[in-house]
Design a protein around this ligand. Structure first.
Ligand SMILES: C[S@@+](CC[C@H](N)C(=O)[O-])C[C@H]1O[C@@H](n2cnc3c(N)ncnc32)[C@H](O)[C@@H]1O
Length: 234
């Protein structure tokens, strides 16, 4: 996997209309590249203003394919293509009860809220207090007041609302935290970057009556999971 060249911070100059056009163009690109396939995910990406989840001095780069730093330790908003990359194989859909580990900017949470719709539920957990506050304000500002935001270690999940139809871990782990597998419904799916021999594989896990199956979707590059099931420094 390669790294990214992050553009330098600068005062934003783009208008809402310019961002809207960039979003439309990005949706067309994501479809052409094969990342975006389902109508609900396409509608969500078309609707949520990604620029409103980006720190002020990087706002103009909202639709560039780079991860951008967020307030807090090691938090980033992932590249635009990362969201359909995770949500399409996950099969995130209407009415799902969805758990996200790694709230970050709140952008992925907003997309998920649009995808699951009024009968679904979104719970998102963030371990970093500064990042949590940043996301909370972004989501409130965009009117996403009906998502459950939890400050804490997402490796432990959120048993209060379990079982979940779908779970997404947005930080790289050495193993999928067992509490998350426990909190997944039978018939449910979980997606996560898992590190093996220094490489991060995006793993899609399915839980059935017969047990757990896993497959590799592709290689990715994500910040490390923290907390009890986190990646140790040594
Ligand atoms: C790649 S960023 C998430 C991007 C986010 N989905 C978005 O749309 O902006 C990964 C996030 O996981 C958080 N994180 C790391 N370990 C965590 C843990 N154990 N529990 C909850 N959040 C964690 C990081 O602080 C960071 O905000």
């Amino acid at each position: 996997m390669q790294g990214w060249l992050i553009p330098p911070p600068k005062e934003p100059t783009k208008t809402k209309e310019e961002f809207r056009k960039e979003r439309e163009k990005k949706v067309r690109w994501l479809i052409r590249q094969g990342y975006l396939r389902s109508e609900r995910i396409k509608d969500a990406v078309s609707k949520v203003p990604r620029e409103d989840f980006i720190p002020f001095m990087h706002r103009d780069y909202a639709y560039s394919e780079v991860p951008l730093s967020l307030p807090g330790e090691e938090a980033t908003i992932s590249c635009p293509h990362s969201y359909p990359l995770f949500y399409e194989p996950l099969g995130l859909d209407a009415d799902h009860k969805f758990l996200e580990v790694g709230l970050g900017s709140g952008y992925g949470t907003a997309l998920a809220r649009e995808i699951v719709g009024p009968e679904g539920l979104v719970v998102s957990i963030e371990i970093d207090p500064l990042t949590f506050e940043f996301a909370r304000k972004n989501l409130e500002g965009e009117g996403y007041n009906d998502v459950i935001l939890v400050k804490g270690d997402g490796g432990l999940g959120y048993p209060e609302m379990a079982p979940y139809d779908r779970i997404c871990i947005t930080a790289a782990c050495m193993e999928i935290p067992p509490p998350l597998i426990e909190q997944l419904r039978i018939g449910g799916r979980l997606i996560a970057p898992v590190i093996k021999m220094g490489i991060q594989n995006l793993i899609l896990l399915e839980k059935s009556e017969k047990g757990i199956s896993q497959k590799v979707v592709c290689q990715v590059l994500y910040v490390s999971l923290r907390g009890i099931f986190g990646v140790s420094e040594d």
